[in-house]
Design a protein around this ligand. Structure first.
Ligand SMILES: Cc1cc2nc3c(=O)[nH]c(=O)nc-3n(C[C@H](O)[C@H](O)[C@H](O)COP(=O)(O)O)c2cc1C
Ligand code: SF4
Length: 382
């Protein structure tokens, strides 16, 4: 089974239980303050400050609360959470227990991607073992399975599916920390976020805040795939240049790189020296490399087909928008529409960004606009 390939050993090794032990030596609000001081931002994509989210959850008066580990990992090209769950489960479960202690939750759930059925028995065994630990607070872990919908990685769609409803995003507020699973306060964090919390509790907020950049502290784990000699799961310090990542993974004759998965942006050669960090190239979990032989029109169509298929259909800008973008690009390919028509698709993208209900519809324009901008000649004028 694959293990992390680290550029520098930063997070490093971890002794099972050590993060939780450090947390239990503090009061719950001190644990949360550690996370605030560390500058940790969620590793599931949006980058919300983890400590602040935990404080909102802790401040909820309702005594029934839960923590959820978002292991839906549906973003194409992302497989780092799978590696964490298989090879580093002790960090993830400790992170969930630390969260439960900090916010006062009694239940913890791992929501696992529907396609990861091969991991069920090992995960259940680990969780059962954890449930037998004698903790100084009540906490019980269990596993919930997704059914293969990408949108169910969105926190409210995930919660709705756990509630037994259609997995669809809801309007916010109220946020999950206010009204989530079973309409009770619910903390949702990514697998990597929980794993990172365990390290921060052991090594301290200052250590973590000393890594990375001003706005992006610590390290980040990336799944690297596509046209590289050494695909796999890598850990880099935030702020690493994309060119360094490419060199490390053995990319040759690279034409462009999709940073942050399909919902991220396409980066052309002249931008390879930019850093990967919040506020720069998006530090999502996935980096997909395309070499000089790739047809970027085919790549774009593949992405749009994915989004059209995965749109939950609840709101018009996304349901109709993804359909129209795909239809438009097919027509441009067949020479049936003009460049003027393409400009209308750009306007449609702006509408989608502003008015789609959730991150799925809001992000479809990212690959569309960046790929067409980077490869205008190849896509529009060939
Ligand atoms: C369409 C869509 C899919 C998502 N998929 C995931 C996912 O697979 N895993 C994940 O952790 N977050 C995913 N998210 C982000 C979650 O909604 C949420 O922000 C995240 O789980 C919060 O955890 P964090 O603060 O630790 O990042 C997705 C969001 C959207 C809009
Ligand atoms: S943006 Fe797309 S996925 Fe999100 S709620 Fe609207 S239709 Fe559903």
């Amino acid at each position: 089974m694959s293990t992390l390939k680290e550029k520098k050993v930063v997070l490093g090794s971890y002794t099972a239980g050590s993060g939780l032990k450090a947390a239990l030596a503090m009061k719950p609000n001190e644990v949360i303050q550690q996370l605030i001081d560390s500058g940790l931002r969620g590793r599931g994509g949006a980058g919300f400050p983890t400590g602040l989210k935990w404080r909102f959850a802790a401040n909820q008066k309702d005594p029934v609360k839960s923590v959820i580990c978002n292991a839906d990992e549906g973003e194409p090209g992302t497989f780092k959470d799978r590696v964490l769950l298989i090879d580093h489960i002790e960090k993830v479960l400790d992170g969930m227990a630390i969260a439960a202690y900090a916010i006062g939750a009694k239940e913890g759930y791992i929501y696992l991607r529907g396609e990861y059925t091969h991991m069920i028995s090992a995960l259940e065994a680990q969780m059962e073992k954890y449930n037998k630990k004698k903790l100084p607070f009540e906490f019980r872990l269990s596993l919930r399975m997704g059914a293969g919908a990408y949108v169910c990685g969105e926190e409210f769609a995930l919660i709705e599916s756990m509630n037994g409803n259609r997995g669809e995003p809801r309007n916010k507020p109220p946020f999950p920390v206010q009204k989530g699973y079973l309409e009770k306060p619910t903390l949702v964090n990514n697998v990597e976020t929980y794993a990172t919390v365990s390290h921060i509790l052991v090594k301290g907020a200052d250590w973590f805040a000393g890594l990375g950049t001003d706005k992006s502290k610590g390290t980040k784990i990336f799944s690297i795939s596509g046209d590289v000699e050494r695909p796999g799961v890598y850990e880099f310090e935030m702020g690493v240049k994309l060119s360094e990542i490419l060199e490390f993974a053995g990319a040759k004759d690279t034409k462009s790189v999709q940073v942050g998965g399909f919902s991220g942006i396409n980066v052309a050669k002249d931008q390879f020296d930019r850093p990967v960090a919040f506020g720069e190239l998006p530090p999502g979990g996935s980096i997909i490399v395309f070499n000089k032989d790739r047809d970027m029109l085919k790549v774009l169509k593949n992405m749009l087909e994915f989004f059209e298929e995965e749109s939950c259909g609840q709101c018009t800008p996304c349901r109709e928008g993804t359909y129209q973008l795909l239809k438009g690009i097919n027509m441009i390919e067949r020479g049936e529409k003009s460049v003027k028509y393409f400009k209308e698709l750009v306007t449609l993208c702006e509408v989608m960004k502003d008015s789609a209900k959730c991150g799925l519809g809001q992000s479809v324009p990212n690959p569309f606009l960046s790929i067409v901008e980077n490869f205008k000649d190849e896509i529009l004028y060939k």
